[in-house]
Design a protein around this ligand. Structure first.
Ligand SMILES: NC(=O)C1=CN([C@@H]2O[C@H](COP(=O)(O)OP(=O)(O)OC[C@H]3O[C@@H](n4cnc5c(N)ncnc54)[C@H](OP(=O)(O)O)[C@@H]3O)[C@@H](O)[C@H]2O)C=CC1
Ligand SMILES: O=C(O)CCC(=O)C(=O)O
Length: 482
């Protein structure tokens, strides 16, 4: 076993008060690494370091910010194969998915390097004679980042890059399941020339490190992605803290993919397979409800079943694997529990769901497809977060749209159709933050806003230039030039 990888606090790599390990979900005998685990006192040190670094960094020049972000981007992109392999090994995404995610992280840093040069303000005339009004944006302060395991490098990237770009300082707490990618990313950031304290990594549990971040008065804002339950707790704590914190939550989804009679069947099957099952279905944007109109229903179910039979579920880094393992034993248990719940409620398991044995012991599960589901069943209402989806019949487009919108979530929604009329109507009337036509609900661009409505998201959008809403605060200044 290699040395224990340390936390990064105030510009130094420091030991923790304990150790945490990450296990390869494709081979549970393979310990990926050991990482120093921070406690409350170390988290407080990281917050103090970020607070001390804030005044200077918030006044740094656009050039300084550009240089650091650009350097981070260049190193991530030049090492994408190696980092993608680490990601696939610790999280269970396939190697191409892992490399793709790393490339996306590199592109995000490049985007925000450019964005640092583009931050502008406004100057206008006052309604009062002789006065000038200026509207500028300033950094918020110390931002705590609490991230999930399912995108171990892209989600941290799309929080850290804009935070630094707009002059904030950062305390980053990754999910305990995936400290390897977080550590690799942090090493690259540590080498980028940022002043000490601007960026800090604290690996540790949600209940200790995460809780310290959300309770601490010197943390000005929290950016969170994860479950609805944790998101609600964070929201409450941020509102009750003194001073109140700004917060942004990205949480679950129960994303519909509507398939209409006039859809191109091949396109619909590819969108459904990718959206629901790639990345082992562990995406908040995953399609988990296929809402299919009568005329194409049987053909769609038959074609989906054939497509699923051809998917190879195996070791994430093995060539030819289409679907990697589930991330860990707890998530696998949750996925299996939902298979039973769905069958008890009367849905028909048309394909998959079995646990699979492969060369190495891992959390392998055959992707599962339910049919004859109704939108009132738990399988259609609750986020499973695994390779599980259900087909719900609809008589008409209007009924399909109503079912699609009948959910407490509103992250992504898709429609497969060759009709411009239905595509346009769906884009206007879907109650989701992101709408896809003839595309999977999952898999988004990095330069445009990401986020949802209803129970899926709270607060300002992430990604693209919209990210500045969260990472800056607006100042209005009046001048009477005498
Ligand atoms: N929308 C999305 O992108 C995601 C949704 N999920 C959903 O959540 C379910 C459970 O996954 P899980 O990883 O446990 O999600 P959590 O919401 O528990 O974890 C997300 C992040 O929050 C941290 N956290 C947990 N408790 C607290 C707390 N009290 N205060 C501050 N931070 C905290 C976690 O730390 P730690 O890891 O150390 O516990 C992790 O870094 C999944 O099955 C899925 O349904 C999960 C991941 C992503
Ligand atoms: O679909 C994507 O590309 C991103 C998904 C995501 O951010 C998530 O699952 O947390």
């Amino acid at each position: 076993m290699n040395a224990i990888l340390k936390n990064f606090i105030a510009g130094e790599w420091v030991d923790g008060s304990g150790v945490t390990r990450n296990i390869n979900p494709s081979n549970t005998n393979d310990v990926v690494g050991e990482y120093a685990k921070a406690d409350k006192a170390q988290t407080e040190k990281a917050i103090a370091a970020a607070k001390a670094a804030f005044p200077a960094w918030s006044r740094s020049t656009p050039q300084e910010r550009y240089d650091a972000l650009n350097k981070i981007s260049a190193e991530i992109l030049s090492r994408k194969e190696e980092l993608g392999r680490l990601l696939a090994r610790e999280e269970g995404k396939t190697l191409p998915e892992g490399i793709g995610e790393v490339a996306r992280a590199g592109q995000i840093f490049a985007f925000f390097a450019g964005e640092a040069l583009r931050l502008t303000g406004e100057k206008g005339a006052s309604v009062r004679p002789g006065l000038d009004v200026e509207i500028t944006r300033e950094a918020v302060g110390v931002v705590g980042m609490i991230t999930p395991w399912n995108f171990p490098i892209a989600i941290p990237a799309w929080k850290i890059a804009p935070a630094l770009c707009y002059g904030n300082t950062v305390v980053f707490k990754p999910a305990e399941l995936v400290p390897g990618s977080a550590h690799a990313l942090s090493e690259i950031i540590a080498r980028s020339g940022l002043p000490a304290g601007v960026f800090n990594l604290v690996v540790g549990s949600g209940s200790v490190v995460g809780q310290t971040l959300i309770d601490h008065p010197d943390v000005a804002a929290i950016s969170f992605t994860g479950s609805v339950g944790t998101g609600r707790k964070i929201a409450q704590a941020c509102v009750l803290s003194n001073p109140m914190k700004k917060f942004q939550l990205e949480m679950g989804g129960k994303n519909p993919l509507v398939v209409l009679d006039d859809a191109d069947l091949k396109v619909a099957v590819e969108a459904a397979t990718n959206g629901a099952y790639f990345s082992t279905g562990q995406r908040c944007t995953a399609s988990s409800r296929f809402i299919v109109t009568e005329g194409i229903h049987d053909k769609f179910v038959a074609a989906m079943t054939e497509r699923l039979k051809g998917l190879v579920v195996d070791d994430a880094v093995k060539q030819g694997t289409h679907i990697g393992p589930v991330v860990d034993g707890n998530q696998l248990e949750q996925d299996q529990r939902y298979l039973k719940i769905a069958q008890d409620e009367g849905a028909k398991l048309t394909w998959g769901g079995e646990l699979l044995n492969r060369e190495t012991p891992g959390f392998y599960m055959q992707p599962a497809l339910f049919t004859e589901a109704s939108n009132t069943m738990r399988i259609a209402r609750e986020e499973v977060f695994g390779p599980v989806a259900c087909v719900i019949r609809a008589k008409t487009y209007d009924e399909a749209l109503a079912i699609a919108n009948d959910t407490e979530f509103g992250l992504a929604a898709g429609v497969c159709t060759s009709s411009l009329k239905y595509a346009s109507h769906f884009k206007r009337n879907s109650e989701a933050g992101m709408v896809m036509v003839n595309l999977p609900t999952a898999g988004v661009d990095y330069h445009v806003p990401f986020g949802g409505r209803k129970g899926s998201s709270y607060g300002a959008r992430e990604q693209g230039s919209y990210a500045r809403e969260f990472y800056t605060t607006v100042k209005t200044a009046y001048t009477f030039p005498v």
